[in-house]
Each structure stands twice: as C-alpha cells, then as structure tokens.
Design a protein around this ligand. Structure first.
Ligand SMILES: [Zn+2]
Length: 371
C-alpha cells in the first residue's frame, strides 16, 4: 500500500530535520539576546564580544545563517565571528610617539620554512603584498648574513610592521631573527629619535653601515633600500646601492676625479653623472638625479657636490642610485660596504637618547605580546 510507506517517509524526515518552529524560536532567542547585548555594550568592546561568544552555541549560529530568516542579525553574527586571523592587528594608540600614534601596525611570529618569501606568502596573501614584505625583511636581514644561503627551516622570526601608502607598501618596525646556523638572535628595531632614523640592535648599535661622511655620495638619507646584487637572482642583478632620500638632497663625489659622462640614457637612468677616479681604479655613477651641477670633462675635488638627488628615469620613488665600477671593466661592480674603496662605520644610540630607545623597544615588545 502507498499510504503507510509515505507516512514512514515523513516521519523519518521529521526526525532528520528539527521542527522549523524550534529553529525559528531559537533564532528569535539568539537575536533578542544579541540585541540586548549590543544595547548594553554598543559593539565597542571587541574583547568583551569575543568573550561573550562561546555562550552562543555554534550550531544555532549555523542554522540561523542557513535559514537566512533575519539577514541583519546574520551580518552581526558574522562580524563577531571573524575567521581565525592569521595576522594580529594591533594599534599604536597608546604610543607616546606622536608619529606612530593611531597608525595601525601588525605583528607576526612564525618559523621559516623553505624560504623567506615562501613563508611570508603562506601567511600574507600576494594581494596583501607578501612579496614586498619579504623583500623589506630580506633587505634588512642582508646586513646580518647572506640571506640566500643562511636561512634554515625552523628559524624563528618575529616582526612588527606597518602598512603604508606608496610603492613600498610596508615599514618594518621590529625584526627579530633566531638563526640556527649562527646560533644567534639578530634584531633590528626602527628608531626615529635621532636626526636620522635607522634600525638598531638591542644594544643600540645600528644594523646598517654608513660610509664616512667625507667619502659618502649622500650624507642624509632615510634608508638604504638596495645593495649590489641584492635579491635579484638571475640575469641583470642590481648593480648599485640605492639611498632613499627626498628630491633635492645634495649628492657628492667621494673622491677626486673627472666627469666622463652626464645625462646618457635619460629614459632609464634619469639625469645622471659618471666620474672617473684613476687613482682609485674606479668609476662612480649617480643616477635618477633631479639636477646635475657638473659637465663632462670637469675636474672634481673629493667631497665636492655634483648634483641633487631625484626621481627621474626608471624609478618608483625618490632615491640616489650610487654605483662603483672597475675603471676598465664595467661588469666588475663593488659593494661600497664590502670593498676597500670606502671607509665605513656604524652609529650607536647616544647616551642622551638611550631612555627613549629603551621605551621604543618596550613598546615593540608589548605589540608582539598582543599577537
Ligand atoms: Zn638602483
């Protein structure tokens, strides 16, 4: 007979699906509860909200979302049940530092696997700029060791960074890297309390080297953003050192010599100068200038200003590209920080800024603890 079997079927179905009345009542109860909750807390305190969550059963949330009876409440539920965040956003709102205050920063702790770029891109998506972030980190770490050779699986890394507008996308505020290869933890902490900002280790020694002023192609710059050969594996590696600096910053010749060329291939190099230094056996090149103050054939004294830095030619942001070539072989490139041609030094946080530096370190650590 047809009748009993269809009844059986209905009964079985009823057992599978909870009564729509119950679902509806549950939903109303949840909605009322949430309304009451929002009235009380006005949705301002996210920590309280997160703590309140476990009281609402997960199955109820799912059911109300599926049935979609009250879209507004579903939105509210989604807002307080975010997907497990991969990066913990924290805030500088308590910062004493006015420049950093109210800018949202993020912190991350992880272990490196395969490579720096691979690891970062597993955590931060390509769209969010993982390549740029890992390039920033790699550049900073290149002051510690050869990044392509020295990273080991399981090296522990902690970073505090800030999203920023413009082509660089990020600013690293703190980097701590525990290297298994060298059995040592390296640190770089961004500090703005001096006339020129920089990255310093925990003892207050600057991470990046500086060329002694009398020989330096540029005396004031924000940061070195690229070194010869850095992170451009394969053909056509970067051949110079890029000093990030505002347009119009004075550019000097570190050594005496003679101007051989100016403004060749302006499309790529922008305004540019090349100087021959026979006594040193090298040529120096200065690219992306805003103003050239010398002419080919002109004799130059050591430390003489030759140009102003700029953003001309193929460049994304104002900087000076400084290049040292062998005099007779332009493919032989020298790193100004590794060759004998330049004398260098590292800055140390002066005693009268130590207090402020220690406060900055504490602040970065508190941001890491929040993550
Ligand atoms: Zn460059």
């Amino acid at each position: 007979m047809d009748f009993p079997s269809s009844l059986d079927g209905q009964q079985i179905e009823n057992k599978k699906k909870p009564s729509p009345h119950w679902g509806f009542l549950l939903l109303i109860a949840v909605s009322l509860g949430l309304n009451f909750y929002f009235l009380l807390f006005d949705g301002k305190n996210s920590e309280e909200m997160a703590k309140a969550l476990p009281q609402v059963e997960e199955s109820n949330l799912v059911e109300s979302q599926i049935e979609g009876l009250d879209p507004e409440k579903n939105i509210a539920l989604e807002e307080i049940v975010p997907p497990a965040p991969k990066i913990q956003p924290v805030s500088f709102s308590k910062s004493e530092d006015k420049k950093l205050r109210d800018k949202v920063v993020q912190s991350l702790e992880f272990k490196v696997r395969n490579s720096l770029n691979y690891t970062i891109c597993k955590i931060v998506s390509r769209k969010e700029g993982c390549a740029a972030l890992s390039a920033h980190l790699g550049r900073l770490m290149s002051w510690f060791f050869d990044v392509n050779r020295s990273i080991r699986n399981g090296d522990a890394m902690k970073i505090v960074f800030q999203k920023q507008e413009g082509p660089e996308q990020f600013k690293i505020l703190k980097l701590s890297y525990k290297s298994q290869r060298f059995g040592k933890t390296y640190a770089a902490n961004y500090f703005e309390g001096l006339d020129q900002a920089g990255y310093f280790d925990l003892d207050g020694n600057e991470v990046a080297m500086r060329i002694v002023e009398s020989q330096s192609p540029i005396r004031t710059y924000t940061e070195i953003t690229s070194l010869p050969g850095d992170f451009r594996k394969g053909g056509g590696g970067h051949s110079g050192t890029d000093f990030k600096a505002p347009v119009g910053t004075p550019v000097y010749s570190g050594f005496k010599g003679k101007v051989t060329r100016a403004n060749w291939n302006v499309r790529a190099n922008g305004y540019c100068v090349e100087i021959d230094h026979p006594e040193k056996g090298i040529k120096t090149l200065y690219l992306h200038l805003s103003r050239v103050l010398v002419k080919p054939g002109q004799t130059i004294k050591a430390g003489q200003q030759i140009a102003e830095s700029g953003n001309t030619g193929r460049t994304f942001a104002p900087h000076l590209h400084y290049e040292i070539q062998h005099r007779k072989n332009r493919d032989r490139i020298y790193n100004p920080f590794k060759s004998k041609h330049h004398k260098h030094y590292t800055r140390k946080i002066p005693v009268n800024s130590l207090e402020q530096f220690k406060d900055t370190l504490k602040h970065y650590d508190s941001l890491l603890k929040q993550s």
